[in-house]
Write a protein that binds this ligand. Sequence first.
Ligand code: NAD
Length: 376
Amino acid sequence: MTIGILKETGNENRVALLPGEVAVLKKMGIEVLVELHAGEKAFAADKDFQSAGAIVAERKEIISRAEVLLSINPPVEDEINSFREGQVLCSVLNPVENSSWLEKARLRGLSVLALDLVPRTTRAQSMDILSSMATVSGYKAVLDAASLLPRFFPMFMSAAGTIKPARVLILGAGVAGLQAIAIARKLGAIVEVFDVRSAVKEEVKSLGGKFIEVEGAKEDAQAGGYAVEQTEDFKKKQQELIQERAIAADVVIATAQIPGKKAPVLLLKETVNSMKPGSVIVDLAASTGGNCELTQNGKNIVVNGVNIIGKSDYPSDMPTDASKMFGCNVINLLKIMIDKDGKLVLNMQDDILNGTAAVHGKEYISQRVKQMLNIK
Ligand code: NAD
């Protein structure tokens, strides 16, 4: 079996597999082709891939030879016709944003495995790219905020007086939020946390954060552990309580998301206007609209002295470990697609592949993609 690693385009610094992960595939008897300069921005040179046993080649050759193509972001729409029927493409898809891309891929007969759709089950935990990348985002968001803040995070008692610890408010305690709590606590800050899922209360406490409860949150056992849209009454109550805590905070890390929907607006313009000048908001939900009403995706802005960082692509800023985690997750997924003779077998009865395959055999497969795209 032959696997091809494509070079990313645009501002992306990660690569789908690093040389260390290529060596793992080689041990499994798989031929690995890597596009020329694919790892450069993640500090992996072509010669490192070659030492790990990969063949470095031009994109055209990789596309024509590989049965499975790996990339972080899907290849551009114009390139779809250069892939052949039955070829497998694995990348982070964002099905709603890339619906026309996906339809073209379906008509072309490609099998598209959307790595962002790997089910959140115990068996699939080792393949969960979203969790890996959220870990990077939560970590980097806190460090970014700490470096921008004109104050210390930890408390200091020095000859020059006592410095109070910074107060950090975390909105959303999913994977990124929990990581942000852990890092902010390690840096010595006081951490307060909002979430709508009561299940996270204990996790927040065990990391040293204070969970602030808003009564009346709607939870749905059918939502697979994810949050659901809240009532107008709850939203209003929550926004008021968040405003009260944000005024006292030095840093807000916003991570709240509802899968397939616009991010909930939790920080209103009035809240930002009443925050301390010099304070920092890092909005990790920026690409889905932002948790802060003023967030601009991909931009750092200052409003009334408050820094608002609208950033959803932190993993690209930490390409070495982000690529390593990505590659480990992909290898674990590949392991359920390869039989004992080293041949590619896409068993759509397997719940992980069934949930991850956006299209296969010219059909839409994943129920979640069908729901997101309203396909009957
Ligand atoms: P996410 O990115 O979808 O959302 C981030 C957080 O925002 C969530 O905790 C969510 O409850 C919260 N949120 C949404 N709306 C909110 C609002 N109005 N106010 C405050 N908070 C709000 O979450 P995620 O990190 O992808 O994790 C989602 C779920 O998946 C969690 O239950 C997590 O434990 C679970 N999970 C399971 C596995 C596994 O079993 N393999 C792996 C990772 C995550």
